[in-house]
Ligand binder design. Structure first.
Ligand code: SAM
Length: 353
């Protein structure tokens, strides 16, 4: 059995071993170590983000994604500014202090429109963190969003290997541009989230090692990791999905390599296993992202098949997650949940942007 020593010293061989091991005892030891690491920075707190999926139009054609441009079976929708503000109003009433605006790369939402939405949210809810997750834009666009009041940005790198990236995306997209966007966001002092899917077609253990090493290099504040889940109307609709066990090990390894990161227990994990999100918390995750989108559009944001929580009201989602978190032995926390400074909790301050 490989021994886990100090976090920063995990060698490529050790990481590859944990990426691939199918020994449950080894995995459990890894999760325990990740939990202890998370505890040092965040205690038992689990932070809530209110997710608003505001458009499923997308100009991109990522081969894995259910809302890709070529999927003619998607009923497209976009929320109006008023609808988005209503979602936030409901979220605020329920106690959320973070709103995540996520959508496909929808050209209708020009920089001006995004700035208008972010500005309105920032003015109405100055104590809340506004997070955007709307894909690749120019540095100037990101600067305008930052100026308008957005503090965080989620953009998964998806895979850090060039050749693998090309197998998952059309030729019009490049890993180089993805990485450039991430570095631009960092330069603009966004709290940046990156991450990847586990079990995408053609992925090798070495690719996952590259993902971890890229995260170490980027040092994002947030790391989103979920299993790939096939969506039947995409070119990868017949491929196998990523495994629960390997996804959990990747969550734990990310925690060890980036101990102060905010790591969500993703909806995709909850989709492949009834207690996938609780298991992620027990493997080092410390964030959940319940849905605040209007109930009538939730099914339409179908990135993958059988997505959970598409039939619940926002208050039901919140109640359900709160119960799950408590039963798993953690403490629900509805504050902004900024990233901890890169030192343990006993001497910790929070960044408050
Ligand atoms: N357009 C934005 C972007 O590209 O960052 C945000 C929306 S995008 C649909 C959000 C994330 O969904 C992607 O980063 C990807 O990792 C994930 N995703 C898409 N298709 C998926 C699938 N079939 N299984 C699991 N996750 C998927």
């Amino acid at each position: 059995m490989t021994r886990l020593t100090r976090r920063a010293k995990l060698s490529d061989d050790e990481l590859l071993h944990y990426i691939s091991t199918d020994d449950p005892a080894e995995a459990e030891a890894l999760f325990a170590r990740a939990r202890a690491e998370r505890e040092k920075y965040y205690g038992a707190d689990v932070y809530f983000r209110g997710l608003i999926e505001f458009t499923n139009y997308c100009k991109n054609d990522c081969l894995y994604c259910g809302i890709r441009r070529s999927n003619r079976n998607v009923e497209r929708y976009r929320l109006s500014v008023d609808q988005i503000l209503n979602c936030a109003a409901l979220g605020s009433m329920l106690g959320y202090h973070t709103f995540v605006l996520q959508g496909g790369e929808d050209t209708y939402f020009t920089d001006e429109r995004v700035v208008e939405i972010v500005g309105a949210l920032h003015e109405k809810y100055p104590g809340c963190a506004i997070t955007l997750s709307i894909g690749e834009r120019s540095e100037e666009s990101y600067a305008a969003f930052r100026e308008a009041g957005a503090a965080r940005y989620l953009l998964r790198h998806e895979t850090a290997n060039e050749a693998h990236y090309a197998m998952l995306h059309p030729a019009s997209m490049s890993l180089e541009n993805r990485k450039q966007c991430l570095y631009n966001l960092k330069k603009l002092r966004f709290q940046v989230g990156s991450g990847f899917m586990v079990g995408t077609p053609y992925q090798t253990p070495e690719n996952l090692l590259e993902d971890l090493r890229f995260l170490q290099e980027l040092e994002p504040d947030m790391v989103g990791i979920g299993p790939f889940i096939p969506q039947s109307d995409t070119p990868f609709g017949g491929e196998p999905g990523g495994s629960l066990e390997q996804t959990l090990r990747m969550v734990a390894l990310s925690r060890l390599l980036l101990p102060s990161a905010l790591i969500p227990a993703t909806t995709a994990l909850g989709t492949i296993h009834g207690h996938g999100r609780e298991k992620a918390l027990l493997a080092g995750a410390n964030v959940v992202m319940p849905n605040l989108s209007p109930k009538n559009v939730r099914k339409l944001y179908a990135l993958y098949d059988n997505k959970i929580c598409t039939g619940d009201e926002a208050a039901e989602c919140l109640g359900c997650m709160t119960g799950r978190i408590k039963r798993a032995g953690f403490i629900p926390n509805m504050c902004r949940g900024d990233v901890a400074l890169k030192r343990p909790r006993s001497v910790r301050l929070h960044r408050t942007e």
